[in-house]
Design a protein around this ligand. Structure first.
Ligand SMILES: *Cc1c(COP(=O)(O)O)cnc(C)c1O
Length: 387
């Protein structure tokens, strides 16, 4: 358990994450596994706590983007299977096998390089087939067959999965999705005919899982929806159950003063008051991920919306108060106060981006407080973790 000495923090509701995963668990067939995607520090939520609660709620595997992220989970005591979705260097296959980490493979050449390494336990492999995302995977059915043949023949390898990834599963228009699905289905059919057993076949992200639960084969890679966010605005009305946002961002007023009409605030003096007003300083800035582009975003204080005034600085910004308030008054940048709510979707819209980006952009400087049943379960504060 680490501490934090800063009046700016992220609260993560582990109960909401638990609920989102449980709802998905109930919604899908019992035979469909949930792979909880906890890459990028669990989309900025804090990987270990999220991984544990996802597993409690019914996920049976975890997925990350690269090897270091998987090792961080192992170091934290996670023993469940972990799939590395991105590319792993051939020479790192040894540590993957040692740590029981599954790798993504889609080149014969990669297998040839790894075949000659000294691997104690068999290396678990998910083969990636590219059906139209054009990011990772082989697009050749011949190569797919070759890869699988090599894996099956060689005792250092164990074929655990076959997968693809959709480019447009969150869009209402389904032509491209249908085309990708068909391609994958053909590949699966032709591979399964010749292959004894592939335990896990998966193609779906959250959007696919929520919209087409019958198109998942036997696993779903659940990312954004686990955090209570819709994969896109256009499919928000298609959600089969309520998703509960888990992430909120808070701070406390650090300074309050009255300024006169005609005085300016912050760098560049871009904001000038028209009358006497109360201005408060909030200790959050662009180095925390609250980017300068958010200078027109509202925040909540005493249950009301109020405006950021002037430019956002590296560590602080200023707000206009509706009345005089005390130092230490809570400011909510993302989350709820009374009847008011600022959602991640709202901040994403203000920044002209997608909700995925928002919790990811809140930097390591902001401690993550994991809450369970109204109590602090764990504090993640990388700045002073070794103190
Ligand atoms: C990140 C990722 C996911 C998760 O997608 P969501 O839309 O967040 O559910 C699934 N599969 C792959 C390959 C990914 O990289």
């Amino acid at each position: 358990m680490s501490h934090f000495y800063r009046d700016t923090w992220v609260e993560v509701s582990l109960n909401n994450i638990y609920e989102n995963v449980s709802k998905m668990r109930e919604y899908l067939d019992d035979s469909t596994r949930i792979i909880a995607v906890v890459k990028a520090n669990a989309y900025g939520h804090g990987d270990l706590g999220v991984a544990r609660v996802a597993i409690e709620a019914g996920a049976s595997l975890l997925a990350v983007a690269f090897l270091d992220e998987a090792l961080s989970l192992r170091r934290g005591g996670i023993t469940e299977p972990i799939l590395v979705l991105g590319v792993t260097r051939p020479e790192d296959a040894v540590i993957c096998a040692e740590q029981n980490l599954s790798v993504t493979v889609f080149h014969e050449e990669w297998l040839k390089q790894v075949k000659d390494l000294q691997i104690e336990k068999p290396l678990k492999i998910h083969v990636k087939y590219d059906t139209g995302m054009n990011r990772l995977g082989t697009t050749s059915l011949d190569e797919l067959h070759c890869i699988i043949k090599i894996i099956e023949k060689h005792p250092s390898f164990s074929l655990e999965g076959l997968f693809t990834h959709f480019a447009t599963a969150d869009e209402l228009e389904t032509d491209y999705f249908d085309q990708q699905f068909l391609r994958f289905q053909e590949a699966v059919n032709s591979v399964v005919q010749k292959t004894a057993n592939i335990p896990i076949i998966h193609c779906g992200n959250s959007a696919t899982g929520l919209r087409f639960p019958e198109k998942l084969f036997n696993a779903v890679r659940m990312g954004i929806s686990m955090y209570g966010l819709s994969p896109s605005m256009e499919m928000q009305h298609l959600l089969p159950f309520e998703l509960k946002q888990a992430f909120s961002l808070h701070s406390k007023i650090s300074h309050v003063k009255k300024i006169k009409a005609g005085e300016s605030v912050s760098y560049g003096a871009t904001y000038t008051s028209e009358q006497e007003e109360w201005i408060a300083t909030v200790p959050v800035g662009y180095a925390d991920g609250w980017l300068r582009r958010l200078s027109n975003q509202e925040v909540l204080v005493n249950g009301k919306r109020t405006q950021i005034v002037g430019r956002i600085c590296m560590d602080q910004f200023m707000i206009r108060l509706p009345e005089k308030m005390d130092i230490g008054t809570r400011v909510t940048l993302i989350g709820e106060q009374g009847m008011e709510r600022i959602s991640i979707d709202e901040v994403a819209e203000e920044m002209d981006t997608i909700n995925y980006e928002i919790p990811c952009m809140i930097s390591y400087r902001v401690p993550r407080i994991h809450m369970k049943n109204g109590k602090i379960e764990h504090v993640i504060n990388p700045i002073i973790q070794n103190m």
